[in-house]
Design a binder for this molecule. Sequence first.
Ligand code: ATP
Ligand code: MG
Length: 616
Amino acid sequence: MPSRPLTVLWRAMSGVRSVFALAFACVILAALASLVDPLVIRFTLDSVLAGKAPELPAPFDSMLASLGGTSYLARNLWLCGLALLGASLVNALFSFLRGNLSAVAAERTAKNLRDRLAAHLDALPASYFGQASAGDLVQRATSDMDTVRRFLATQVEEVGRAVALLSLTVVMMAGIDGPMTLVSVPVIPAVFAFSYLFFRKIQKAFTISDEAEAALTQVLEENLHGIRVVRAFAREDFEIDRFDARNRRFTGETRKLIVLFGWYWGISVLLCAAQEAATIGFGASRVAAGLLSAGTYLAFIAYVGRVLWPVRQLGRTLTEVGKAMVSLGRITQVLNAPDEFSRDRVRLINTGARAGREPRGRIEIDRLCVEYEPGKRVLADVSFTVEPGETVAILGRTGSGKSTLAATLVRLVEPSSGSIRLDGVDIALIDRRELRELVGIVLQEPYLFSRSLRENVELGTGPLGEGELERASQLSGLSPVVASFEAGWATAVGEEGVTLSGGQRQRLALARTLAKRPRVLVLDDTLSALDTETDAAVRRALGGETTAAARAAGTAPTTIIVAHRITTLMGADRIIVLEEGRVADIGTHAELLSRPGLYSRVWEIQGAGGFAPAPA
Ligand code: ATP
Ligand code: MG
């Protein structure tokens, strides 16, 4: 079931909820302290200076009596100043504590949320990233996350403060003078209603501006990734224009937000000023009529200021709440996307499908169909079997579904119907992590990380012994590459492997997969960037592990290899020809040559260069 944004936030607050509660307590104490000084002013004016009988609660009354009554205070007026100072100090102390506590709690909550998002992004199925844009995801993980963090650090407390100040002050005013209170508050609900309308508007505007920012990040991200293409095609001007257009859109949307703010501030300042004028005017007439003391009048003016301040602040606070809700919603959307493991867990618990079985590496593909879009079959009724240790090659035109077939073997893509069985168990019932231990794939476009050569090879295995490292690099033909670099294994690879040649990248990717010693090896066009000679050497080395002896010992991996080169194809035990997602033909090199079809045509075209006798 999808989580709601506030549930997500509540969960992220685990461990610091008590800190938030403490911060709230400080908010209320600070608000209480801030209510004291108008009372001190009123007391000083009315009781100490004008000599009216003070109306103090019992404990204060006896305290005053022990000091020597109001006449003592009249002689030592500095004591009243001291009381004001004391109230301000208490206010300052609790405000300071509240700021610190909520900052600590907010940082922790944001950290929890960030960790959760990062872990979730890592667990999302590959298909998710086909639809989502990286720029947008980066935006959610950084800018949106920061909006939520800032909201937690400042605005949550601000909401508490506004509510506490407002309700406490109104109660206090009502306790001092009823008619004055009635005149001093009518604007409050009006500003509330107005703020709410504004809140709705700002939320919409912010969603738009946030999405505009995401689009901007997207262009920047694409440009940095594709910088070589941009340069090679002299597309700088075009890309700058594209960035400029999106930047202008973002600026425009932000300006709309600012204009909205301008309106809000203007109108709410006007409303608040009207409220203050009403209080001052009505109070003055009551003082003139002798119905109100000067001290109470001054206290009311101070209180009205104090009530109106959070009311005026409300717009800003609501804006921040609005923004934070939008950001939190965007983060929650990602968190609600089902990760690829959660569905598995439910199914795996009941099966324990592979438990205790020794992997052999037999692959049976049974009427496999794959659709990326409903109704459009990229693979249709593909069936074939690969025995343990066998090598099967796949040939097909571009777009015929070879990479899709390879990806389904490690469940990067899920079939729409049909099944793939590994040693008799449907791979849909095998835990993905376990499956990916058993089946190693070298992707058509392998991604290399900007780490050392060694770390790239150890990506799927963790630290390797020298022997294992040597084996993997021998088999993949990486050894001469490592030897050619001064720093050897420690050589740093540039981002996405830019500092390596295409062939070096392929060997590194192959070594990385071989290091895992998978039972089933899937090579998606992996040897294409190698020259024919190196390709042959690598295949010989791989073949060495696939000899009959190795097969008998059960060490040779079952190999499925996508290739275009006839020399790579002809060495396989069987060749499968894919056409438009269907198996057009299966057979050995000799069998396929004896029939017309794609394989014979490829043989004619490529074979004429080296294998077929030169025309007389
Ligand atoms: P090539 O020889 O060029 O590598 P291929 O045989 O590996 O081609 P696939 O990558 O399997 O081809 O693609 C088969 C079809 O599926 C293509 O028509 C492609 O447009 C489509 N396709 C591949 N990946 C996706 C995807 N993630 N979403 C939608 N369609 C896709
Ligand atoms: Mg492909």
